[in-house]
Design a protein around this ligand. Structure first.
Ligand SMILES: CC(C)(COP(=O)(O)OP(=O)(O)OC[C@H]1O[C@@H](n2cnc3c(N)ncnc32)[C@H](O)[C@@H]1OP(=O)(O)O)[C@@H](O)C(=O)NCCC(=O)NCCS
Length: 135
């Protein structure tokens, strides 16, 4: 463990962000979290949001609201709920990925305090997908 930590520190990996505890992450002792939050209206599932925390950062996935129930703040409520859950075990930052052209989702996240990050997402497809050239 010490050798691994000194390799990472020695390579100048940027660990300066608040809340990163390399030892906890590497030993797997960090309290990880994976939750799905949903809203129900009269027994019908109308909104979902999934959140995860790997010890380094939190992620939000699968935010979705039934068409007939949109613009009632359900997505905002679920994301805020996920944020509150993530911050409890010390998650310093929450991130998510949105396609550049998905303007309504970008508007939603901006309206609840999210900003674009100066980070480039790199990916590599490991299993071919004939239909999509992204994600
Ligand atoms: C994006 C989505 C989750 C928004 O859910 P929602 O419950 O309607 O969102 P909210 O009511 O919380 O919206 C809050 C704010 O976000 C912005 N916003 C939400 N939907 C918007 C839209 N279609 N166009 C422009 N701005 C929008 C507005 O600023 C809105 O505030 P306002 O209604 O006072 O103007 C929903 O449209 C959806 O399920 N879309 C399809 C799935 C999807 O793309 N998921 C994201 C995957 S990354």
């Amino acid at each position: 463990m010490m050798r691994l930590m000194s390799l990472i520190y020695g390579a100048n990996v940027d660990l300066s962000c608040h809340g990163i505890n390399l030892r906890l992450i590497l030993t797997g002792n960090i309290q990880t979290l994976r939750s799905v939050f949903v809203e129900e209206l009269e027994n019908e599932l109308v909104a979902s949001c999934m959140a995860g925390y790997d010890g380094r950062r939190g992620w939000i996935y699968f935010l979705a609201v039934k068409s007939s129930q949109r613009r009632k703040r359900l997505a905002s409520i679920l994301v805020r709920h996920a944020e509150a859950k993530l911050v409890k075990p010390g998650c310093p930052k929450v991130e998510l990925m949105v396609r550049k052209k998905n303007n309504k989702v970008i508007s939603l996240y901006k309206s609840i305090g999210f900003d674009p990050d100066p980070i480039i997402v790199l990916s590599k497809r490991l299993i071919k997908d004939e239909k999509h050239d992204f994600g």
